[in-house]
Design a protein around this ligand. Structure first.
Ligand code: ATP
Ligand code: MG
Length: 575
């Protein structure tokens, strides 16, 4: 491809709204084009890389026995009502009506559609197991679209669904997909880590996220260097503090004016934060968006509340709970902003972290302005409607598996696999007849990869201050030939020759024959990040070119034939 003929618009300036390298570089290279917030188009080079990721996914999915199909992005509301997700999915679901007022959505994921397909097409155990996948555009009306392709409202996803006769079948399908994902992300050039994950709005029992390690990632991961524990912080279990067997002292009300934070009250009373109870207050909403209750959650003073665990404990969708307006809540429940404790609350759901019942003589808000209670004890002074682990596993806390101090790191979730079990086959009635002609529920798994997010994650891990450094496997082109003087007959002939020989060998070549200054061309070559650069200049007359890999600093003057041979060798080894 001749660069002089290509639709390419690189930007010298960093666009204002772009904050992270992948967003900045994908815009600067002109690979993606923003239409509106969270909605992007792909220009020739960007689209080539997207298709390469898709090809890798197709090859590995096919190899694992997956069959590619393509379902519609437009989905009727009835199916979502059957599964119960028309409400549960919340405002992220991009809803629309047809001209007759019938409800639809643009698919954010396709569990309902695939379950519907299978319940009508599969009847016998002989048809199972089966794994169907598609690579398709998904829609999520994200609350905060940001970071370009990382969190967009329209994006490409590979989603697949496995259908098995029983749990053992699902376990195998899940393991196959897990290994398939490891191969896919390795081939894309990512440094990634599979971690245990929460199942979120998709549901099911087990789940892993595949996380590309990166400072800018939105997933926080807790991991342990002594054993193999690795989980998203949302999911990671915590070890409760050891129970105390101290004698229970009498409750004492103490005057603590103006101490609205744990730090302030602990300082005033000369206590450690571990000796206090922290309160967090929430309001919940019903399907019509009307308030339908209050929640007070309590954790030890030095802990952080884990919102995902709280939502799971309550069994409600993420979008139906919010921090409460304390003034409003106080009338209904007796809480007092900054001075709420678990002892005098009424008319609200009290959720108590699992370690609090074991701890003795803690200090909590008195539900009275400017007062706290000392020596508060579970059972005697307060009770929880729900008692379960609702705390965050913080850096340095003991690992839930082996007890060593855990570490935290950040990553980009590029894929997730779920054991759905019978969640959808039960709600939607997807069954098969077993060997005895008895109806059995189909056991399902589902598996997603963010194709466009993967593209961004690769750029995040492979760039320097001058631009992108594409891994060969997903580079838009393998080789860029920079012609110093395209008007020079010898240079242009040598360049055309190299191009032809490389293309014959199956190498994808970009020929920079633009009438630009060499400096501009080199800058663009670095920005675009094509893995191999061959520069054709004055040496061309003597059959000499300059050979350089984008990832290395060194350049070498070598013969045309050596340059061609080296380029072919490296591309074939790495593509
Ligand atoms: P997140 O937690 O980042 O919102 P999710 O867990 O809701 O993602 P899944 O339902 O697991 O996402 O979707 C499968 C994959 O699709 C994700 O692993 C991710 O790579 C990709 N993906 C999800 N949401 C987006 C988005 N808004 N923009 C781009 N890719 C996305
Ligand atoms: Mg996910």
């Amino acid at each position: 491809m001749r660069l002089s003929k290509m639709h390419l618009k690189t930007l010298r300036e960093v666009p204002n709204e772009a904050e992270i390298p992948s967003h900045i570089l994908l815009l600067r290279t002109g690979m993606i084009r923003k239409l509106v917030s969270g909605v992007y188009g792909f220009m020739p080079m960007g689209w080539r890389s997207v298709r390469k990721i898709e090809d890798i996914i197709r090859q590995e999915m096919d190899r694992a026995g997956g069959q590619e199909i393509h379902m519609s992005a437009v989905q009727p509301a009835e199916l979502w009502e059957e599964s119960g997700r028309w409400f549960a999915y919340g405002p992220e679901l991009w809803r629309l009506k047809d001209r007759n007022g019938r409800d639809f959505c643009l698919g954010p994921t396709h569990e309902e559609i695939f379950t519907d397909l299978i319940r009508s097409d599969v009847s016998s155990h002989r048809q199972l197991p089966m794994n169907l996948y598609q690579i398709q555009t998904k829609y999520r009306d994200e609350a905060r679209p940001r970071f370009g392709l990382m969190r967009s409202r329209e994006f490409i996803m590979k989603d697949s669904y496995s259908f098995d006769k029983d749990q053992a079948g699902l376990d195998k399908s899940y393991q196959d997909m897990y290994e398939t994902y490891e191969r896919i992300f390795t081939r894309c050039g990512l440094n990634f880590r599979p971690v245990e994950a929460d199942t979120g709005a998709i549901g099911g029992s087990n789940s892993h996220e595949f996380t590309a390690l990166s400072e800018v990632g939105e997933s926080e991961i807790a991991y342990c260097e002594s054993c193999n524990m690795a989980a998203t912080v949302e999911r990671a279990q915590c070890v409760d503090a050891e129970a105390s067997y101290a004698a229970e002292l009498p409750v004492e009300e103490v005057h603590t004016p103006g101490t609205k934070t744990i730090e302030a009250v602990a300082d005033l009373l000369g206590l450690e934060k571990e000796q206090t109870i922290k309160a967090l207050l929430f309001v919940t909403y019903d399907e019509e968006g009307k308030e339908n209750g209050y929640v007070a959650a309590f954790v030890r003073g030095d802990r952080e509340l884990n919102m995902t665990k709280l939502i799971n404990a309550l069994g409600i969708p993420e979008h139906s709970i919010e921090f409460a307006d304390e003034a409003k809540m106080s009338q209904a429940t007796g809480c007092v902003g900054g001075f709420t404790g678990p002892t005098k609350l009424h008319d609200c759901t009290i959720v108590v972290d699992s370690e609090l019942p074991g701890l003795k003589n803690l200090c909590a808000g008195a539900c009275r302005e400017d007062y706290h209670l000392k020596n508060v004890n579970y059972g005697r002074d307060y009770k929880g409607d729900i008692v379960t682990d609702i705390k965050v596993l913080q850096e340095g806390d003991p690992c839930p598996i082996c007890g060593a101090p855990v570490k935290h790191t950040r990553g980009i979730e590029v894929g997730q696999v779920f054991k759905l079990g019978t969640k959808y086959s039960e709600s939607m009635g997807a069954t098969y007849k077993d060997e005895n002609q008895k109806d059995q529920l189909i056991v399902m798994g589902c598996y997603g990869i963010g194709v466009t997010r993967t593209l961004a994650a690769v750029v995040e891990q492979h760039h320097d201050e001058n631009g992108i450094i594409w891994p060969v496997a997903i580079a838009p082109y393998h080789v860029i030939i920079t012609v110093m003087k395209p008007d020079d007959d010898i240079q242009s002939k040598v360049a055309d020759d190299i191009c032809a020989q490389l293309e014959t060998a199956g190498i994808e070549v970009l020929l920079d024959d633009r009438k630009e200054r060499p400096g501009v061309k080199f800058k663009d070559a670095d920005l675009l990040g094509i893995p191999v650069r061959i520069t054709v200049g004055r040496g061309a007359a003597d059959g000499i070119i300059e050979y350089k890999l984008r990832r290395d600093a060194d350049k070498e003057e070598i013969s045309v034939q050596d340059g061609i041979a080296r380029a072919i060798e490296i591309v074939n080894a790495e593509k």
